[in-house]
Design a protein around this ligand. Sequence first.
Ligand SMILES: C[S@@+](CC[C@H](N)C(=O)[O-])C[C@H]1O[C@@H](n2cnc3c(N)ncnc32)[C@H](O)[C@@H]1O
Length: 348
Amino acid sequence: MDETKLHEFMGKVVTDMGGAWMMAMVLIGDELGLYKAMADNQPVRAEEVARRSGCHPRLVREWLDANAAAGYVEAADGAYRLPPEQAMALANEDSPVFVAPGQSVVAACFMDLDKLIAAFRGNGAFPWGEHHHRMFHGTERFFRPGYQAHLTSSWLPAMDGVVGKLQAGAKVADVGCGHGASTVVMAKAYPNSRFFGFDFHAPSIEVAGKRAADAGVGARVSFVPATAQGYAERGFDLVCFFDCLHDMGDPVGAARHARQALKDDGSVLLVEPFAGDSLAANSNPVGRLFYAASAMVCTPNSLSQEVGLALGAQAGEARLRAVFAEAGFSRFRRATETPFNLILEARK
Ligand SMILES: C[S@@+](CC[C@H](N)C(=O)[O-])C[C@H]1O[C@@H](n2cnc3c(N)ncnc32)[C@H](O)[C@@H]1O
């Protein structure tokens, strides 16, 4: 036993323990409007943050001290300041790095812990729909900033000839659409196109319909409860899978179904968590985040479905390419990427 290595490792564990507690602090701050109450870049006393947010002053001070100790806010002379960079991540709803509400995904995993432990002891299956409700809203809030920032400005333009079709009027499927964050972003950007969102989780489809109506695109967007292998609509110019193919029990079946539903010159947009092709390549901060999510969310969900391929959220491009080759696609390429996503294109 190497004493120095033990101390180093305990330092890492304590850092991670603090991080886990801080994500709960972030959710409290987000839901109570505490970060927003101090998003003007000015020093402010705890009592004033409490007054602005209508919260208990003593608890708010303790929450601020925790944030100061973590480097999330600055503290000086009895006042606290949320720097603009932190405000982008924690207070600004329109920022591309607004990560605060997405932490509900982690919260849901803690609340589902007993059921997840049973799945590990049992057949590994834990269906998406049985998660705590924070999972569904958290997923929407976690992914939406990325779709808003990248989908129409870089991901779709990186595909071969797709933007022209969308501008002229295309028929688009968003498979595994969840609350429809990606569907609504595309529908707003391409008013001549028609969109169909499919998901087997009926409560999510219901929320997605409300999101489209609120965004004023309800007339051009239909949300239908259906599995990725079961929707009946055909003749699509574009079929999209956003952060969902690896969650499916039968991704080859889903890709084969997409192939049948596509026009001959149609395209598949496959957005997956960023990953290399090996554990070594994924042993980094983003990879460890996705492996953990995969062990508690994506892989147990896949195992709860027919086939149960259990690709995992760190499948990587080579494995995903094999899925599409098996489904009969002849072309597959990386269109672009971000630190969090692989953007892949498949053609018949
Ligand atoms: C991680 S969520 C992503 C949701 C959405 N695409 C987004 O980016 O916000 C995965 C989604 O895949 C859906 N899903 C999983 N397996 C499915 C299947 N076999 N058929 C249809 N939807 C499925 C789940 O219901 C869930 O909404």
